[in-house]
Write a protein of this length. Structure first.
Length: 309
């Protein structure tokens, strides 16, 4: 295990951080509770989280400012100052969306996220001080503060990468779930009364079944946001709400009504055949080879017509 990896593992186990993380997380949750706020900060209407996209701006701006400070000479000073300013301004919405995402974490992810946020705050403070020094004409101090901020930012970026790619924070938890491409029986129709729900296995994937207005709907039973069990959620007005973080999905199409989820819930076609509920992946969502295979089998089942004599 590498030295950076060992260091971040120690942060994961530092339970003393919970004394700070828990109350701060609770405060953030209260602030982002309104649906419009939650959807905006979570990137609900984008199709993926908003925070990772916003990080590109301050990271890119501050990195290029550091390069110009190092080798740009006098000609590069105006551009370097503009890039520092851009990074400072962009860091604010980046931090806000990051806190929104962090408030849903627990345990080791929350501890690493707290250190990540602290490092980001330190980097922003250093760059703001650098900008102030530059505006006073103290170029040497401005550069020194900028280089210090760049170093802290690199550490923070490493922690952010660890949260995403090692811990899987805010990664779509249904990305590798396919479900059956052919009609697959999952439950006896008599076992699902009007207004009731059940979870069942469909070709190795857990699906959530719900009957409303006489129609059976089926969604992936694992919440796309953080893997919460939708079968243990609440059901109202044709929607299911995850019991973990409150993401709300429509049964009709898996669409998101309320974040923090940003990826729609996989939705399956249903039918009742021989007294059993059957499900399959919709043709529009199936890979091209599966769609062609279905069409080929349908053509084989059609009776052959002979020309009229």
């Amino acid at each position: 295990m590498s030295m950076p990896h060992r260091a971040v593992r120690r942060v994961e186990k530092a339970e003393t951080l919970d004394r700070i993380a828990k109350p701060v997380s609770s405060m953030v949750k209260r602030v982002v509770r309104p649906r419009r706020v939650r959807n905006l900060f979570s990137g609900t209407n984008l199709g993926h989280p908003l925070h990772p996209m916003l990080t590109d701006v301050p990271i890119g701006a501050w990195t290029m400012a550091g390069l110009l400070d190092a080798v740009g000479g006098r000609e590069g000073e105006p551009a370097a100052d503009l890039l520092v300013t851009t990074g400072v301004v962009a860091a604010v919405p980046t931090a806000v969306t990051g806190m929104n995402d962090w408030s849903d974490t627990l345990g080791s992810e929350r501890r690493v996220g707290l250190v990540h946020a602290t490092a980001n705050t330190a980097a922003l403070t250093l760059y703001a001080a650098s900008l102030a020094a530059r505006s006073r004409g103290d170029r040497r101090k401005g550069k020194a503060l900028g280089f210090a901020g760049l170093g802290v930012m690199v550490v923070s970026a490493y922690l952010g990468g660890h949260l995403t790619f090692v811990k899987g924070v805010n990664v779509n938890r249904t990305a590798w779930q396919r479900g059956p491409d052919e009609w697959t029986p999952v439950l006896a129709a008599a076992e699902l009364a009007e207004g009731e729900h059940r979870t069942a296995d469909a070709d190795g994937v857990r699906v959530l079944l719900h009957r409303t207005d006489g129609k059976v709907h089926a969604l992936a039973a694992t919440c796309s946001h953080m893997g919460g069990p939708l079968g243990g959620g609440t059901f109202d007005d044709g929607c299911v709400t995850c019991p973990w973080h409150g993401s709300t999905f429509r049964f009709a199409d898996g669409g998101i009504v309320r974040g923090p989820a940003s990826t729609p819930q996989p939705c399956y076609e249903t039918r009742i055949q021989g007294g059993r509920i059957e499900v399959r992946v919709p043709p529009a969502a199936a890979p091209a080879d599966v769609v062609e295979d279905r069409a080929h089998r349908m053509r084989r089942r059609l009776p052959t017509r002979t020309p009229a004599s």
